[in-house]
Write a protein that binds this ligand. Structure first.
Ligand code: MG
Ligand code: MG
Length: 315
């Protein structure tokens, strides 16, 4: 399941690119491209992030984002079809990329910058298998019966971005892994159901964390959901867990027009520590420290007057 050789694979560059950010990485967000534009944002006002620092989208803009979201959903559906035993993760990426290209979209992960000038993410999607949590680089790895493959896809169409991820079971998958996948789906559904104007994000984050913990899974805490709009990553950070720091400095109240990528990430061995992750020497691939499998689900969700509108569900 976990191949320790991959950590020291001599084929991988030895330099570690710090702070890759296809997901908002909590501890490095302020240094990121996201963080720079967000620098004017995390201003405390009685323990609250200033609402005006989070860009609100008009109904017409949300409609435009839904067009991008449809393309993401179609790309992920093609990727799902390509997730069969024996397929390489590169083939899964190619299937999604063909849909993005034919739909006139821009794959936002390609060349996504690191802090190292000239480097960037080398593929159109992330494909992360089993112990790989996020940011897996599609390549020669072959999917096998019993694997879990997470495909994460961000697209710009016109001026607007959308971002979603699915974890796909390859053939028959062992029961406890499937249960983790179903739990992540249930957590995402529950988070979406809780979205409504006036709700604090921390209410949703706490519920997400509790559902994962109650089911015995680890919650990945190094990566978080995020605002999205004209850019892939915008304020605010939207974690699937709460911390004292978040409650003090970063919590926010949902308002109509906010659009957030909600993305629960779970690991199988929650009881053995805090779902610690390691970034591999390729500067991108994030794996569980103990080698246990992980799942990741994501939707781009708009806050509207009546509650939530999921923009990446294909509707
Ligand atoms: Mg995202
Ligand atoms: Mg994503």
């Amino acid at each position: 399941m976990f191949d320790n050789r991959s950590i020291s694979d001599p084929g991988m560059p030895g330099t570690r690119a710090v702070g890759t950010l296809l997901l908002g990485r909590v501890d490095e967000l302020r240094r990121s491209a996201v963080g720079r534009t967000a620098a004017r944002r995390p201003v405390r006002e009685g323990g609250r992030v200033r609402a005006r620092s989070i860009e609100l989208k008009s109904p017409a803009e949300i409609t435009a984002m839904r067009m991008a979201g449809r393309l993401v959903q179609r790309a992920l559906e093609a990727a799902r079809q390509a997730c069969v035993p024996g397929a390489t993760t590169a083939a899964v990426d190619a299937a999604a990329a063909a849909v993005i290209e034919s739909g006139g979209g821009e794959p936002l992960f390609l060349h996504y910058p690191t802090y190292v000038p000239g480097e960037g993410f080398p593929a159109r999607t992330c494909v992360s298998v089993n112990e790989e949590v996020v940011h897996g680089i599609p390549g020669r790895r072959r999917l096998a019966e019993g694997d879990l493959a997470t495909v994460d896809c961000g697209v710009r169409l016109g001026d607007w971005c959308a971002d979603a991820a699915i974890t796909v079971p390859i053939g028959r998958v062992q029961v406890d892994w499937m249960h983790m996948l179903e739990t992540a789906n249930a957590i995402l559904d529950e988070a979406i159901a809780m979205v409504r104007p006036g709700r604090r994000w921390s209410d949703i984050a706490a519920r997400m964390e509790r559902m994962a913990g109650d089911a015995g899974y680890g919650v990945v805490r190094e990566y978080v959901g995020h605002g999205i709009g004209r850019r892939l990553h915008e304020p605010p950070q939207a974690p699937g867990f709460v911390t004292p720091e978040f409650l003090r400095d970063q919590d926010f109240t949902l308002r109509p027009g906010m659009v957030v990528a909600i993305e629960p990430m779970l690991t199988l061995n929650g009881s053995k520590g805090h779902a610690e992750t390691i970034e591999l020497g390729d500067g991108w691939t994030v794996v569980t420290a103990d080698g246990c499998p992980a799942v990741h689900m994501e939707h781009t969700v708009a806050v509207v007057r009546g509650g939530a509108e999921v923009l990446t569900d294909g509707r």
